[in-house]
Design a binder for this molecule. Structure first.
Ligand SMILES: CC(=O)N[C@H]1[C@@H](OP(=O)(O)OP(=O)(O)OC[C@H]2O[C@@H](n3ccc(=O)[nH]c3=O)[C@H](O)[C@@H]2O)O[C@H](CO)[C@@H](O)[C@@H]1O
Ligand SMILES: C=C(OP(=O)(O)O)C(=O)O
Length: 422
């Protein structure tokens, strides 16, 4: 287990370059096993999730090499095998091996995934989609077995009961090599889904409509990579730095962003009175603005992302008045609240509504990062606090924030990450 030691009173200044999107990367890596050739990605974030996905690939006899933001994966000698339970449980997106293995072999046995502890995260819509494609699904105590008959998967029409990023991606991965046409309706529209479809289409897949709520897939027999796929920038990492820069910065330039992917977040910052200078692919935050309170309600893309609900909290604590947050996707995503209260943060949660008040006196404490975004928002508070904060279980932060110590160092902020010996 790792802990992060953060000295308070540190202000952000300088430049930060955003890495490739975690939520694209964790879908693209399982998708690579659908290819009949080696594949290459660049702008790959150096995060724990990537290293754990590489362990899963290894168990399938798929070699991978990662360095300097480039990841090469060779799935040409893939063999079906049991997947390593620890790696599967270390992240949510390991469930994409269900769809990818099903697409590749017509069958899959995958343990239940881990990922952030943010309330109930059922996978009924994934299963409904696999079944619609003709698969038989048996849910065991610890794993899911999915099989097909000799005729394999067959395209179908699927109407999802709710909008799910994971179900959209998982069923898409299975359908790409199914026979015939699949029409998926009421699907998620996140930019990471478009990124995945772009990667697969460039290899010869026939996916239309990604980014809208209906995706049509014509199954193909073969997928061949012809060029390197550059992963889109991480809009959640970008939002995190923008929030911290506005709350506690003296001039921060956030580079490699697609501002359109951050529209609802930027709109809220502007509503608060944050002065942003938005260019084509970078955003400058001067800092030091007088801030008004706001109301935030999360919803699927293009709404305000649930993954930014916690990272905006340090900024809300600087606003002059009470802000409210309603997380419609994960109402139980509130594990940061008791930790923030111990640091002097004025934050409460009642009946599904989080209230954040102006918190001028924050003090360092020993706090627990129960999940990635809870953890990073504690870091945001720690920088504004008096004294030192120790964030335990910082592995959760490292799961999804690319080279965070180095990036903060470039922003004149020192963070120390130490490995705890139990
Ligand atoms: C790896 C990845 O991309 N993770 C993101 C993905 O998670 P994930 O793909 O797990 O989230 P979903 O979009 O599936 O979940 C949305 C909502 O649907 C519910 N649901 C989902 C599937 C299902 O079969 N049944 C069901 O009831 C969930 O409990 C949740 O309330 O989208 C979330 C919502 O934007 C983000 O917080 C995560 O960062
Ligand atoms: C919830 C998140 O991730 P995951 O789905 O990988 O647990 C997140 O990135 O905020």
């Amino acid at each position: 287990m790792k802990k992060m030691i953060v000295k308070g009173g540190q202000t952000l200044a300088g430049e930060v370059t955003i890495g490739g999107a975690k939520n694209s990367t964790v879908a693209l890596i399982p998708a690579a096993i659908l290819a009949d050739t080696p594949v290459k990605f660049d702008s790959v974030p150096d995060i724990l999730d990537v290293h754990n996905l590489m362990l899963i690939l290894k168990s399938l006899n798929v070699t991978s090499k990662f360095g300097h933001g480039e990841l090469e994966i060779d799935p040409t000698k893939i063999k079906e095998a049991a997947l390593p339970g620890n790696a599967i449980r270390s992240l949510r997106a390991s469930y994409y091996f269900m769809g990818a293995l099903l697409g590749r072999f017509g069958q899959a046995t995958v343990g239940f995934p881990g990922g952030d502890n943010i309330g109930p995260r059922p996978i009924d819509q994934h299963i409904k989609g696999f079944k619609a494609l003709g698969a038989r699904v048996e849910e065991g105590e610890n794993e899911v077995h999915i099989t097909t008959g000799p005729e394999g998967l067959k395209g179908a029409r699927i109407f999802f009961d709710l909008v799910s990023v994971g179900a959209t991606i998982n069923v898409l991965l299975a359908a790409v090599r199914a026979k015939g046409t699949t029409i998926m309706e009421n699907v998620a529209r996140e930019p990471e889904i478009i990124d995945l479809a772009t990667f697969l289409n460039n290899m010869g897949a026939h996916i239309r409509g990604a980014g809208t709520d209906v995706i049509r897939i014509q199954g193909v027999d073969r997928l061949e990579a012809r060029n390197t796929h550059t992963i889109i920038p991480d809009r959640i990492e970008a939002g995190t730095y923008l929030s911290f820069a506005a709350a506690n910065g003296k001039g921060v330039l956030v580079k490699n962003v697609i501002p359109e992917h951050l529209d609802p977040f930027i709109a809220k910052l502007v509503e608060m009175g944050v002065n942003l200078e938005i260019d084509e692919d970078q955003i400058y935050v001067p800092g030091g603005d007088f801030l008004a309170p706001i109301t935030v309600k999360t919803s699927p893309f293009p709404g305000f992302a649930t993954d930014l609900q916690q990272p905006i909290t340090p900024l809300l604590m600087r606003a002059h008045g009470k802000s409210t947050i309603i997380d419609t996707l994960y109402p139980e995503r509130i594990k940061h609240i008791p930790e923030m209260k111990r640091m002097g943060g004025k934050i409460e949660s009642k009946d599904g509504v989080i209230t954040v008040g102006n918190s001028p006196k924050l003090t360092g404490a020993v706090v627990n990062a129960s999940e990635i975004r809870a953890g990073v928002s504690l870091l945001g508070l720690a920088l504004m606090a008096e004294g030192t904060t120790v964030i335990e279980h910082a592995d959760h932060i490292l799961r999804g924030y690319d080279r965070i110590v180095e990036k903060f160092r470039n922003l004149s902020v020192n963070l120390e990450v130490v490995t705890e010996t139990v």
